[in-house]
Ligand binder design. Structure first.
Ligand SMILES: [Zn+2]
Ligand SMILES: [Zn+2]
Length: 445
């Protein structure tokens, strides 16, 4: 290799190394971040009700020197740290927990129970790891505030409510996230999971997850006596036929090879064995990668459902409501590749891997859809020893949302802080022009 080829590479590696936080920097903020994690874990709050969580996060960021605005789109928090001219980079954490009863047996396990929006008594647990994301962002915030000589521009940290119910990102945007505050040049987020051991991160260039649509179908029949079916129109029989016919969308209508899932997740009808119900309800989730496939499926579902009801002679057309939907998260491959270097320099080359897209969805896509290129990556959360054991045994560790989900907090939180600082310093050394070459949009097929 000649010097001319070697030099740019060594130079890039040297720059990436300089952007990694030192262990002294990390250790100086770690104990506080870890305390915060334990506090959040024991005091989880449901989506849209993150008042205490938001107040605690806002308080920590304010005392770190950030200019903090609360109640943006509900309980949302926006914290700005201005450091001269340059780019604006957004880093997001979620605030919410889930109605799950914690069964990890950890000394700091949540015992919280609350009344949910329907008035039911439910357990609450940070079963998706958003507590770890908040703790990481607080550690990162401190390091960035103490090292203003290593970056310039505007750092924008946000605490987003209601990620689990897919409404929080939209709420913040509608409340002026990108008009009352600077519009970022790039938006960054991470998510902890058990698919990698703690200490590692994974990058997914391009499509990160799926478009997700939630549908509720109500089929109307004619109720009556179970022994006199000729006087009724049985919605359960219509629902059964509809469920089977819906299976042909993916198997017969969508082009083979396209990512498509149509799942009927629940069916509810009837009260007693000898009564024919007058209605049946079912709930569906639809997952896709491509917009045209998504539209094809969303058009096929009502066509099939209405036709099955008509075939049975139902007097009233079924109702089909799409009550929730979110687009997939897209990582511009060039941006993901740019950020691989600082992550490798900070965590070690063998600690950064490339991962396949995943199926669960996320409302981070709302930020990207405002024209802000995004970098969404995964943070390993599994205890490395348990990870190896489960791999050898061919079993899987508890996934996010499980009552047993328990990230190996120490190495995962360390890696989270290190990764965030490395990524932010890299982006906050780039000019807005340099970042504008990255795209928020998935190229059309
Ligand atoms: Zn979740
Ligand atoms: Zn989550």
């Amino acid at each position: 290799m000649t010097w001319s080829k070697l030099l740019p590479f060594t130079l890039l590696a040297a720059i990436a190394c300089a952007q990694a936080p030192s262990s002294k920097e990390v250790e100086s903020v770690y104990p506080e971040a870890h305390d915060f994690y334990l506090d959040l874990h024991q005091n989880p709050e449901l989506s849209g009700h993150e008042a205490q969580t938001a107040a605690k996060l806002a308080g920590r960021l304010r005392s770190a020197g950030y200019q903090v605005t609360e109640q943006v789109g509900g309980t949302g928090v926006v914290a700005l740290l201005k450091n001269g001219p340059g780019s604006t980079i957004l880093l997001r954490t979620e605030l919410d927990a889930l109605p799950v009863e914690e069964k990890t047996g950890l000394p700091y396990a949540s015992k919280v129970r609350v009344k949910d929006d329907l008035g039911r008594d439910v357990p609450v647990m940070h079963a998706c790891g958003h507590d770890l994301h908040m703790a990481a962002i607080v550690g990162t915030a401190e390091i960035m505030a103490h090292s203003k000589g290593t970056w310039h521009g505007t750092l924008m940290l946000i605490g987003q409510p209601a990620e689990e119910t897919i409404g929080g990102a939209k709420g913040m945007i509608h409340d002026g996230l990108f008009t009352r505050f600077p519009k970022p040049d790039v938006a960054v987020a991470l998510h902890v999971s058990n698919t990698e051991p703690a200490g590692m991160v994974s990058i997914t260039p391009g499509i990160y997850n799926t478009n997700a649509d939630s549908l509720r179908i109500t089929i109307y029949g004619k109720g009556g006596h179970g022994a006199m079916p000729h006087t009724t129109i049985d919605p359960i029989v219509i629902a059964a036929r509809t469920i089977l016919a819906l299976q042909t969308i993916v198997s017969r209508e969508v082009k083979p090879g396209e990512m498509a899932v149509v799942t009927v997740g629940y069916v509810q009808a009837g009260t007693k064995n000898n009564i024919i119900s007058d209605r049946a309800e079912m709930g569906l989730t639809v997952r896709t990668y491509k917009q045209d496939v998504r539209q094809q499926i969303l058009a096929a579902i009502p066509r099939i459902t209405k036709a099955e009801a008509a075939a049975a002679g139902a007097q009233r057309e079924p109702t089909i409501e799409r009550y929730e939907g979110t687009d997939l998260v897209y990582n511009d491959p060039a941006l993901a590749e740019r950020l691989r270097a600082p992550l490798e320099a900070a965590l070690g080359k063998d600690k950064v891997v490339t991962a396949e897209p995943i199926a669960p969805s996320e409302d981070f896509s709302y930020f990207v859809e405002q024209g802000v290129p995004g970098f969404y990556f995964s943070l390993g959360g599994a205890d490395p020893e348990k990870f190896e054991q489960s791999k050898a045994a061919g079993t899987l560790l508890p996934s996010n949302h499980s009552p047993l989900f328990a990230p190996d907090a120490d190495p995962a939180l360390h890696a989270g802080i290190i990764a965030e600082v490395a990524v932010l310093r890299n982006l906050l050394n780039a000019s807005p022009n340099e970042l504008h070459k990255f795209s928020a949009e998935q190229p059309s097929h």
